[in-house]
Design a protein around this ligand. Structure first.
Ligand code: FAD
Ligand code: MG
Length: 545
């Protein structure tokens, strides 16, 4: 609707609008911002550090740094339009209470934050606005579809499997296309002379956030925040996709995931909304039709994005979604409580180089590939240590740049067999040696993040405890001294876990468990789709370890 109504007469320009940024930290495809600008006489862009906004209550240094860059970039882009970002600290109700007085605000526009954790904050400010007769404009654009619409179409509850979700999507139809860029012409954009002192971004340390290590302060790969960066990344990503489509493929299509390449991931930008999910979705489809003008667009080219929608949809009406207890979709499992083992996993000291490389990259850079997330999460939970997925979620939630309340917990429940997935019905878990070898065949990744093993020959790199002592001496790394011995014997540990899982399954026969998903769906998460059965068995089997 916004698209149709861009010309306001001078008389109709009566509103003093505040656009309240929280997620959706962008100017492109921002329907709430466009609606806020309609009939607007005076405009202010606002961001409020309330201790929780955009998931900062749990964020370590890398995600905070990414957020600050995103806000800086937003401020720069607003500057180009003649405006600025007004940054506040405090309780949003109090901040708005003052702004309504000081600026004479008559309208607040905002992108809806769909997750239940934001509801109280928003309903409190909404109540204030209603009391002061300030108009409230809320639009859905953090997800492709309004999750509540999907739930409604499904008869009042979320579709329980990904396949069912896709069926409901068919009924709902395509998501909205992106809206045009905002036009600030004819709108007064007050900026005070001492803007930076009054409304500038606080430095990170003033928010009490510091790097936890030298590695974190200057990581090997740095992911840069901001809409400008996101749109550039999108262009390169689309060129990659175009090349893949021309070869008759759709990404991810590589035989081996690119673990050590330049950071190309869009997920941190989707998480903060510095890239619009709808822009990504429709751009992918457009590129496909440019390459194959007469062919229908296959669902596979956007299927990853649909997983994100699915997890959002499951979480929006479930405030206990990120917990095991009181969470209707999550099985109660008697996980072990072993703080020592948990710390060994968290700090990358398990003695399994592939697992340790992944965990160290996570702690230093805030990003790890899907296959690394899967491997480490499986190792912590149903694969080896039998430790509670909520402990793992806490770590991911703190360190991942893209940590997202709905998506992160959803994936942890999936991998730990607590919900969503039918691994409960089969014995498969990831082998931390074979899977690592398969994903990092040159060993470059492991050597980068576990430098103790730099000199270890490839033959032993993924299981260095098997190297003869002379080889260890030559490599300058004595196992048990310079690098830990394996904290568990994977063969024994995984068999124990399997027995425990069998018990859970027996106990849970009558419990309504989400699922089942198909075998193909499970394997696509492991990056071993379209490869042979023998290969699947290789990465999962551990009998010869
Ligand atoms: P691409 O492969 O390019 O996919 C494009 C986009 O699709 C991603 O940016 C993401 O938004 C979405 N997507 C892809 N895979 C998934 C998935 N499995 N579930 C939901 N959405 C997906 N992703 C997050 O965005 N935030 C998280 O907090 C998060 N936590 C995870 C925790 C665990 C234990 C696991 C196994 C996975 C988690 N993922 C999470 C999903 C996935 O690993 C990342 O989205 C992906 O690696 C991001 O890389 P990309 O942008 O190159 O993805
Ligand atoms: Mg990818």
């Amino acid at each position: 609707m916004e698209e149709l109504e861009f010309h306001d007469s001078v008389d109709s320009k009566r509103h003093v609008t505040v656009h309240w940024f929280r997620h959706g930290l962008r100017l492109h495809d921002n329907p709430a911002l466009l609606a806020g600008l309609r009939g607007c006489r005076e405009f202010y862009a606002v961001f409020i550090f309330d201790g929780a906004v955009a998931g900062i209550s749990t964020a370590a240094f890398p995600r905070m740094q990414f957020l600050m860059e995103t806000l800086q970039d937003l401020d720069e882009n607003l500057k180009t339009c003649g405006s600025r970002l007004h940054v506040f600290r405090g309780n949003p109700v109090e901040v708005f209470g003052k702004l309504i007085e000081e600026w004479g605000v008559t309208r607040v526009s905002l992108e809806q934050d769909p997750e239940p954790i934001w509801q109280k904050r928003d309903s409190d400010v909404k109540a204030l606005c209603s009391k002061r007769e300030v108009e409230w404009i809320e639009r859905v654009s953090h997800t492709l579809w309004d999750p509540q619409l999907i739930i409604q179409e499904n008869g009042g509850s979320p579709p329980l499997t990904y396949a069912m979700f896709c069926q409901v999507m068919e009924i709902v139809g395509q998501p909205p296309v992106p809206v045009r860029n905002p036009d600030f012409s004819g709108v007064s954009l007050p900026v005070s002379d001492n803007h930076d002192q009054k409304y500038g971004l606080p430095p990170l340390d003033a928010l009490g956030v510091k790097a936890e290590s030298d590695h974190q302060a200057s990581p090997y790969c740095r992911y840069l925040g901001g809409e400008t960066k996101a749109l550039k990344l999108l262009s390169s990503r689309l060129e990659k996709e175009r090349a893949a489509f021309s070869r008759g493929l759709s990404l991810p299509n590589q035989l081996y995931p690119d673990l050590t390449g330049m950071p190309m991931s869009l997920s941190p930008h989707l998480r903060f909304g510095s890239l619009s999910i709808r822009k990504l979705y429709w751009s992918l489809r457009l590129v496909y039709t440019q390459v194959h003008p007469n062919a229908p667009v296959p669902a596979s080219i956007t299927s990853q994005l649909i997983w994100r929608e699915y997890f959002y949809c499951m979480s929006v009406n479930n405030p206990a979604y990120n917990r095991m207890k009181e969470n209707p979709i999550c099985l109660n499992i008697d996980w072990y409580d072993d703080e020592n083992k948990f710390q060994q996993w968290k700090t990358g000291q398990t003695g399994y180089p592939w697992i340790d490389a992944c965990m160290r990259q996570l702690m230093q850079e805030g990003w790890i590939h899907q296959v690394c997330r899967h491997a480490t999460a499986c190792f912590l939970t149903r694969g080896d240590l039998w430790i509670d997925w909520q402990k793992g979620l806490e770590v991911f939630d703190r360190y991942l740049l893209d940590a997202d309340w709905s998506v992160c917990a959803g994936n942890w429940m999936w991998v730990s067999s607590s919900a969503f997935e039918n691994v409960l019905q089969c014995a498969r878990c990831i082998c931390p040696v074979r899977y690592g070898r398969r994903m990092d065949p040159s060993g470059e990744y492991v050597r980068r993040y576990v430098p103790e093993l730099k000199g270890m020959p490839l033959q032993y790199l993924f299981e260095p405890w098997k190297a003869p002592i002379t080889v260890q001496q030559e490599a300058g790394c004595i196992i048990g001294q310079d690098y830990p011995s394996p904290m568990v014997d994977h063969k024994i540990a995984s068999q124990e876990c399997k027995l425990r899982m069998d018990m859970v399954r027996k106990r849970s026969e009558d419990v309504a468990h989400i699922g089942p998903a198909s075998e193909a769906e499970a394997l696509s998460f492991l990056w071993v789709t379209k490869h042979s059965n023998a290969e699947i068995m290789e990465v999962c089997n551990h009998n010869s370890l």
